[in-house]
Design a protein around this ligand. Sequence first.
Ligand code: FAD
Ligand code: NAI
Length: 462
Amino acid sequence: MASYDVIIIGSGPGGYVCAIRCAQLGLKTACVEGRDTLGGTCLNVGCIPSKALLHASHMLHEAEHNFAAMGLKGKSPSVDWKQMMAYKEDTIGQNTKGIEFLFKKNKIDWLKGWGSIPEAGRVKVGEEVHEAKHIIIASGSEPASLPGVEVDEKVVVTSTGALELGKVPKKMVVIGAGVIGLELGSVYARLGAEVTVVEFLDAITPGMDGEIQKTFQRTLKKQGLNFVMGAAVQKTEATKTKAKVHYKLRKDDSEHVLDADVVLVATGRKPFTEGLGLDALGMKMSPRGQIEVNATWETSVPGIYAIGDVIAGPMLAHKAEDEGMAAAEQVAGKHGHVNYGVIPGVIYTHPEVANVGHTEEELKEAGRAYKVGKFSFMGNGRAKANFAGDGFVKIIVDKESDRILGAHIIGPAAGDLIHEICVAMEFGASAEDLAMTCHAHPTYSEAVREAALACGDGPIHM
Ligand code: FAD
Ligand code: NAI
C-alpha cells in the first residue's frame, strides 16, 4: 500500500493544477486518472480542441471575407477535414503530454485507472488501495441528457462527438444557445454547414448582459446562423445518417420539425461522480448532484475536499484551476483564496464575448445605483484596420464611488481585454483609475480606456 499526503481524483484543470501546487508545497502527491491521457475534459474534449477548430474555421472565414479587401488575391483555401482533425489532435497531444511532463518534473505519481473512496484516507484504483492524508475530488462533469433525445455520438452528438465528426455536415441543428452551442455552431457554420440553433428561452447565453445578448445574436445571424427562440425540443428521431428534431414553440404550442445531418445537444453539463462511492461515505450532495463543500473546499466528510465542475459555481477551467491552487494551499496548512466575484467568462466566437462581475440586470434587481460607460470598436483605429469594428466595451461602475462593478465586451480579443478589468477589480479600482492609465496606441485595449473615460467626462474618439 503506497502512502501519500494527498491523492487527487481527476486530472482536469482542477486536478492537475492542484497536484502541481501540492507538490510545489512539499506534499507527496498522486493523481488518479481513468482516461488514457491527462488534462480532463478541457484538454481532451473541451477547451483545447474546440479552440483549435474555432481558430482554423476563423482563418477560413478571414480568407473568404477579408483577404481580397486587403489586396490579398487568389483562390480561397478549401477544407481538408482530415488534416483539420489531425491539427486538432496534434494540439490536444501537445497539451496532454505537457501535463505528463509537468507531473514528472514535480514528482507527482499518475495512478492510472478509475478511483473510488472506500473510506476517508483511502483511495482504491483497480485492485490497489492507497493511503492518503487528504483526498481531493476533481472528477469534473459530463453532458446533461435531454428527455426524448438519444445521443449516439454519430448523428445525435454531444460536444464530444461534435469535435470528431466524420465530415462537415450539410445541415446541423444545435439544441441550446449556450456557450457550447454557439462556439461549435460557429465552427460548422464557417465551414459551410447550414446551422439552426433551437433555444428554449427568448435570449441566447442566459445570464449574460442583455445588450451583449442582443448584439451577439445579431452578429451571429449576420454570419449565417439561424435561430429558433422560445422553443422546447420534444424529441429527436435518428437513422444512421439523418435526424429529425421535433420542437414546440412556447408562445403558441405549435409543433415543428427540423431535418438535420447532425444534431448537437448542448443543453448544459452535470457533475460527474459515478463510481466514487460517495453514497456509502454519506457525502452531502446538492439537489443538482454537486458535492457540497465549505469555504475551504472540504466536503461533509473530514479530510475529503472537492473542486472544479463537480462543485457549485461556473463550469469553467480557470475557476477549477483557482480552486485547485486554493485547495492545495488549504491542505498544506496555508490559506487558499478564490475571489468568486471576479471570474471572467469568455466565448471564443468571432467576435469574442467576455464578461466579469455584475450585469446591469443584476444591479437593477438589487436596486443599486450605477453608471455605464460604453465605447464602440468603430472608434478604435486598430479594430477598423483589422475589419473588427463590430462590438463594444461596456463598463459598469458604482454611481457614487466610481468603483468598477462589472464589464462586458463583445469585439476583437475580448477574452484578453477583459483581464485588464479583472485586475482593476481585484485592486478595487475605479473607472477613473483605468482612464488615467496610459494605453499604447494603436491597440484594442484603448477601447477599454475609452469606455472607462465614458464613465466620467466622456470618451475622446466618439
Ligand atoms: P474535468 O476537466 O472534467 O476533469 C475531470 C477528470 O477526472 C476527467 O479526466 C475524468 O476522466 C477524471 N475522472 C472522473 N472520475 C474519475 C475517477 N473516479 N477516477 C479517475 N479519474 C476520474 N472552460 C473554459 O474555461 N474555457 C473554455 O474555452 C471551455 N471550453 C469548453 C468546451 C467544451 C466543448 C466543453 C465540454 C467544456 C469547455 N469548458 C471550457 C469547460 C471546462 O472544460 C471545464 O470547466 C473544466 O474541464 C473543469 O475542470 P475539472 O478539473 O473540474 O474537470
Ligand atoms: P449552457 O448552460 O451554457 O447553455 C445551455 C443552453 O441550452 C441554455 O441557453 C438553455 O436555455 C438551453 N436549453 C436547455 N434545455 C433546452 C431545451 N430543452 N431546448 C432548447 N434549449 C434548451 O450549457 P452548454 O453550452 O452545454 O455548456 C456547458 C458548460 O460548459 C457551460 O457551463 C460552460 O461554462 C462550459 N463551457 C465553457 C466554454 C467557455 O468558457 N468558452 C465553452 C464551452 C463550454
